[in-house]
Design a protein around this ligand. Sequence first.
Ligand code: CP
Length: 308
Amino acid sequence: MTPPLQHCLGIDELSREQILLILEQAKQFVDPKTLAIKPNRSLQDKVICLAFFEPSTRTRLTFELAAKHLGAKTLIFDADNSAVLKGETLTDTVDTLLAMGIDAFVMRIKEEGVPCEVAQFVGNRAHVVNAGDGCREHPTQALLDLLTMQMEKGDLRDLSITICGDIRHSRVARSQYQALKKCGVEDVRLCGPSAFLPEGDVWQGANTFTDMQAGLQGADVVIALRIQKERMQEIDYPNSDQFFQDYGLTQDKLKFAKADAIVMHPGPMNRGVEIAADVADGPQSVILKQVRLGVAARMAVFKLMMAG
Ligand code: CP
């Protein structure tokens, strides 16, 4: 029997069965033709706190919308105006929130591993969801990305998937790669300049390319990634124009992939750097579908954690 979810901290902690269960649950929350979200009031008695210590548009708002579609109450923890700035420790803050009766704590923070430490501290008193910690993991982004691929392309195992750009500093790519491998996808390619290709760790044996033509050849899914300047030294920033010329996903480079390849991007995008505007807005782009399906994927995580 598939174990229930207590926390959602990283793809590294999820089994293949749990990943597939989340994807199946998410599909039940979305009309496959219109992508309209089907509300479900199964968490009416629950309170979910969103604590983002790093900027976010998509993740924070889709978590909030997901909680509301399930009937839960939401509390927004304003990190920039909280008592943390008066010296309160994170564990005292968490204890304070638990005393208010929160059931789940969604957290984004730049320090890697902090959501796992909070989950260890909380135990079974509440649920903790990692909404991104440093370069380590962004599990719900990977889940919504797999959901998008499944809904667009069917069986994941048959797909050739190329992740392009700044993979080394990307928690999204690190979660995506682990999720795809757990789901049995053999052909996952990483393509970017050598300074942006990852090494060791979960990437052992990864198929890497520094040439976009070779990396994109025959791909079914092309994922572009932003240069994550906030996680590197200024001296290491590449020249944006040169990067666009060599690695920016343009219509010309996209022609190396299959004619019906889909284009994905977790957002936020930097048009004219890692992706051309006419590709981002073009017929192969499913970037805004990813955002919509993020609501369903996050509803699924909440439901499986809190409604059994
Ligand atoms: N994909 C993603 O994490 O976007 P936000 O930073 O807007 O949440």
